[in-house]
Each structure stands twice: as structure tokens, then as C-alpha cells.
Write a protein that binds this ligand. Structure first.
Ligand SMILES: [Zn+2]
Length: 182
């Protein structure tokens, strides 16, 4: 097959020890069969997740273009990965394969997500990502309305209130008008 990103002829190579996939020698784009992936997940130990956050690289979606399955020519469906990883995975549900652009598997690895692909592609996984994204959008709206300094202060107060045994009383106090408080 030919790479969906740069059209170079792909080769079957190992993506991880014990996991083979069609890979592009030019841009490292990867066409991964989910049956192969499933077998690999079943036998490969979960990678250590220490020190991953530090190396986490935030990937922006570079190409929102629609791709066609190289095997059956159907349009691939796009799947969100996680709130902070902005790229999409492309899957052919008929052929049970996914396309990953060159930097996407390394990004999943850096985030400790190489064992989570099937969850990411599931309805529940997609719903979780949508919920996270809408929470982040709402947060951005508040941040814009309040400005950075007040937003940070409000976050601090909120965290303090969250675990406070007198939370309800404190909220009532904060909302009471000055005259009521004498
Ligand atoms: Zn297909």
C-alpha cells in the first residue's frame, strides 16, 4: 500500500516489539490492523508510566482531511484521542484497521496510551473525550471573562471551598449583601 500522508510505498515493520504494521519509511505513517494490535496488547506488559508527563508533547491536528481506506476505499472515520491530544485517529470499521500519522504513535507512547487504543476507539472512550473537551471549553470561557489573575484566585477559593465542612455557610456569606452582614 501507499502512505496516506505522503504516498510513499509502505513496508511491514515492527511498531513495537511483537507488533507489526504497515509503515511509511518517509514519514512513519502507520496502518495498523486492530486484530494484530489486540493480540499484542494481550501479551505485551503495560509500559511503565513514570516520567511520561514531562515528555508529553501536545500535538495539534495537522490535517483534518478525510482519508480513504487503502484496502476497501471507504472513508475512514475520525476518532478523538484525548482532550489534550488534539489529533484524530482514522479507522476503517469494515477492515478493522487504523491509520496513524507519523508522530501519533510516539505521542500515544509518550502519554502511556499505547495500551488504550481499543478504549479510545470505543463509544465510551469517545464520550469521555467529548465531556473533557466541553469542560475545557467552558473553563476557557470563564478564564476569558475573569482574566488570568482573577481566574487563578477563583480556582484557589473554589478548591478551598470544595473540601470545607462549612462550604454552604461560606457560600451564603459570600453572596450576602454588605448591608445584611451589617
Ligand atoms: Zn477498509
Amino acid at each position: 500500500m501507499y502512505c496516506l500522508s505522503c504516498n510513499t510505498e509502505t513496508r511491514r515493520e515492527s511498531l513495537e516489539p511483537g507488533l507489526m504494521a504497515e509503515q511509511c519509511p518517509t514519514c512513519q505513517g502507520t496502518w495498523l490492523a486492530l486484530d494484530d494490535y489486540r493480540r499484542w496488547v494481550a501479551q505485551a506488559p503495560q509500559q511503565a508510566t513514570e516520567a511520561l508527563a514531562a515528555t508529553a508533547e501536545l500535538l495539534e491536528e495537522t490535517s483534518p482531511r478525510a482519508l480513504r481506506c487503502p484496502d476497501c476505499a471507504q472513508l475512514l472515520q475520525k476518532y478523538r484521542v484525548a482532550g489534550h491530544l488534539k489529533f484524530r485517529l482514522d479507522r476503517c470499521s469494515a477492515c478493522r484497521k487504523v491509520w496513524l500519522d507519523g508522530e501519533e504513535w510516539p505521542a500515544l507512547r509518550a502519554q502511556g496510551l499505547t495500551h488504550s487504543l481499543l478504549h479510545i476507539l470505543s463509544d465510551r472512550g469517545q464520550r469521555e473525550v467529548r465531556e473533557t473537551e466541553s469542560r475545557e471549553r467552558l473553563d476557557a470561557t470563564w478564564r476569558a471573562r475573569l482574566g488570568e489573575a482573577d481566574y487563578a484566585e477563583a480556582q484557589r477559593v473554589r478548591a478551598w471551598l470544595a473540601g470545607h465542612p462549612l462550604r454552604a455557610v461560606l457560600l451564603a456569606y459570600l453572596q450576602a449583601s454588605d448591608s445584611t452582614l451589617g
